[in-house]
Design a binder for this molecule. Structure first.
Ligand SMILES: CC(C)(COP(=O)(O)OP(=O)(O)OC[C@H]1O[C@@H](n2cnc3c(N)ncnc32)[C@H](O)[C@@H]1OP(=O)(O)O)[C@@H](O)C(=O)NCCC(=O)NCCS
Length: 173
């Protein structure tokens, strides 16, 4: 059985955010281990491009209308039953419901296909937009923890909030 970070990768979906040299090295290894890889990046290196072509991998989430890159969504496995949701959109694309739509779709996938029992997400306590996205997709506030980053970001003194959703509490929306 091949594992990375204690996780069995064979047959699992792995999403790469970014397509540079580090991604190329890890992607090659994960493909060898039998993971199903997708790539989300506005541009990729030649090595990643070769892997994408050779393995027919999906590459980036884009607008159906014009193919423009709007950002990324990620469901990072913490264990076989727990995953952490994350997202980041280009500023010009905020305020159109895209974060809620993408996050909701990924939660749906996590419970229906990924096999997770619990999905968590975190953001700075002062990030009202992100907190609202978490609430809109059905997550509930769990706790506040001190900010890990030492960057002098405004509001860091208020900490980071954690939200969570369990499969049994999920309404399927
Ligand atoms: C947070 C982020 C993803 C939101 O994206 P988005 O596509 O604008 O989100 P949506 O349009 O789906 O929903 C945003 C909600 O927050 C609300 N909102 C926005 N700014 C707000 C504020 N300052 N105070 C309260 N609510 C706010 C919006 O009104 C909307 O709620 P509504 O639909 O009930 O009106 C985007 O701002 C982003 O990428 N930020 C940087 C990265 C980040 O913070 N990531 C989260 C950590 S994982």
């Amino acid at each position: 059985m091949t594992t990375m970070l204690g996780l069995t990768l064979e047959g699992r979906d792995v999403v790469f955010i970014g397509g540079g040299d580090v991604a190329a090295r890890r992607m090659w290894r994960m493909l060898q281990d039998g993971a199903r890889v997708s790539v989300v990046a506005p541009e990729v290196s030649d090595d990643v491009r070769e892997l994408i072509d050779a393995h027919d991998l999906p590459w980036t989430a884009r607008r159906v209308r014009n193919g423009a890159f709007v950002g990324w969504f990620c469901l990072w496995p913490e264990s076989d039953t727990l995953a952490e949701l994350g997202y980041r959109l280009r500023r010009m694309d905020w305020g159109q419901g895209l974060a809620s739509e993408g996050a909701s779709a990924l939660v749906h996938w996590g419970f229906e296909t990924g096999g997770y029992d619990r999905i968590v997400a975190t953001t700075m306590a002062v990030n009202q937009a992100s907190r609202r996205v978490m609430e809109k997709i059905g997550m509930t506030y769990a706790r506040t923890t001190p900010t890990e980053s030492s960057d002098p970001i405004p509001g860091r003194e208020h900490g980071e909030v954690w939200y969570e959703l369990t499969r049994s509490g999920w309404t399927g929306g």
